[in-house]
Design a binder for this molecule. Structure first.
Ligand code: GLC
Length: 421
């Protein structure tokens, strides 16, 4: 039974694979290469075809911009039906792309693959160019997303977080002035039920912000100060911090250094810890554009466990809070605490369970609370075995929703199933 599901997971990835990269799903919903999807997919492949893993990573990095940014979408093919398409973005030189990025989880995934496979130093050196491209990518964040050197990284579009319509963005998004005569045609809500997708007002705001960034020619020096959306997010900074730590490790293996990243790790960690209030057990996101704070109980706040903070006390507090967060749930983890007023059982990032979030939290727990980590691993496996490789699931009933044959759910199922590290 299980063996068959393992084979199905592999088949799902192979079917979604094009010649050198893999689509997030084989339905028409996401017909291009996405940044963090590809990193999770590469990890999935590492369980049965290492060549595919590295091909996936190389193709993603082939879209890297000259300044170091790795875009959130690469449009390798132009004749696809997607909004906003490559023309609407109008950027990317070698490869047409979007003009924004996504969480740089690739660094952490590369380290995991290299460590698990026990690559010799000599073998790691053959991946030098990949490691140096990721270095340039992470350094790009420090220069362009924290130009005032506050110690925290900003995102300039909700799509950069990867959790597009999360309630985390409700307050900052309420202040977006929607462009007059905005024109675009959504396709996503024709493919997936509209009550499982973002609202029209969300899309109006996404496209408005995107158009603003385009008007500034995606010049990173202008964007930080002028984007209508500029938010310091706990989850994003946690993934970034872990990426920096993992990249420093990889640089060590190839006898290279990054003083910039090394220094930033210390200030980023200190500032990240300040975003957690252990007394109230809340997390603060900073809306830099509107100079306000938001506190939303989102699973992405617990990515702080993944960041491996050098602080046992805070880690213990985080685990206590996480246990509380999911106390009532049949299926773990809801993306938003179901007690919160913004929770919606079916709507995309406003409540459903996402396999990549579970995986990130599991990775953070495995060296801090083995027993709890094992519960998460088993529960995630059971949910997927029951409901197949869906994009997301209801935390109340387990109902599978969104896209079918979703690549990262298949990839991370393999990873949960075949590894304990
Ligand atoms: C959606 C998700 C994002 C993902 C993309 C492709 O935009 O919110 O996280 O990368 O789809 O799967």
């Amino acid at each position: 039974m299980n063996k068959k599901i393992i084979e199905n997971a592999k088949k799902t990835l192979i079917r979604n694979r094009r010649s050198k990269y893999t689509l997030p799903t084989n339905t028409k919903l996401y017909p291009a290469q996405w940044n963090w999807d590809s990193a999770f997919i590469a990890l999935g492949y590492s369980n049965f075809n290492l060549n595919y893993s590295f091909k996936e990573i190389e193709t993603l990095l082939s879209g890297q911009w000259r300044d170091g940014m790795v875009p959130h979408i690469l449009f390798h093919k132009k004749d696809i039906n997607y909004t906003p398409n490559y023309k609407a973005w109008n950027c990317g030189k070698k490869v047409s792309s979007s003009g924004i990025t996504q969480p740089p989880i690739l660094a952490s995934i590369l380290r995991l693959i290299i460590e698990r496979k026990k690559f010799s130093k000599k073998k790691v050196i053959t991946y030098t160019s990949i490691i140096l491209k990721i270095k340039k990518y992470l350094e790009w964040f420090i220069r362009n997303r924290d130009p005032k050197q506050t110690g925290l990284i900003s995102i300039l579009h909700p799509w950069e977080s990867g959790y597009d319509n999360s309630p985390l963005w409700d307050k900052p998004m309420n202040n977006i002035k929607i462009e007059n005569n905005l024109k675009y045609k959504r396709k996503d809500n024709k493919i997936v039920k509209s009550d499982q997708r973002p609202l029209k007002i969300d899309y109006d705001r996404y496209v408005t912000i995107k158009n603003d960034l385009k008007k500034m020619n995606y010049n990173p020096k202008k964007l930080y100060y002028n984007s209508q959306f500029n938010v310091v997010d706990v989850g994003f900074n946690s993934l970034f911090l872990k990426a920096c730590k993992d990249l420093i490790f990889l640089l060590g293996l190839i006898n290279k250094k990054s003083p910039l990243l090394k220094k930033y790790i210390n200030i980023n960690e200190k500032n990240l810890i300040r975003l957690f209030n252990p007394k109230k057990r809340t997390f603060k996101n900073k809306d830099l554009k509107n100079q306000t704070i938001t506190e939303i109980p989102s699973i992405t706040n617990f990515f702080m466990l993944f960041a491996d903070l050098d602080n046992d006390k805070i880690n213990a507090e985080l685990i206590k809070s996480l246990k509380r967060y999911c106390k009532k749930e049949k299926y773990l983890f809801p993306s938003i605490n179901s007690d919160h007023k913004s929770f919606e059982e079916k709507r995309y990032w406003r409540g459903p369970v996402w396999v990549n979030c579970n995986w990130i939290v599991y990775q953070g727990l495995k060296n801090k609370d083995k027993k709890f980590a094992e519960i998460i691993r088993k529960k995630t496996i059971n949910l997927i075995e029951k409901k197949k490789f869906r994009e997301y699931y209801s935390s109340k009933t387990g109902l599978g929703m969104g896209a079918k044959n979703f690549s990262w759910s298949a990839a991370l199922y393999l990873d949960f199933k075949l590894n304990r590290s």
